[in-house]
Write a protein of this length. Sequence first.
Length: 89
Amino acid sequence: MAICKQFIISGRVQGVWYRASTQQQAQALGISGYARNRPDGSVEVLACGPDDKLADLESWLWQGPGNAQVTDVITEEVQFRELNSFDTA
């Protein structure tokens, strides 16, 4: 069963290819959604897919790409949305 989760990732996550790398991870896992920068310097990720795949993505979000320095990942299950791709905004 597919669900959606919103992740707010804090730390050094802007200007380090975090969104593009998240898109690659999500696509490899078959997850739809988006990653976008927030004005406060964090990144918001909405991910929809099977719970086990979202758990894999969440683990990756704590690492991020090589230049990222993740300090926190806040996770919240949100209402399911039917999305067809994973985009960066």
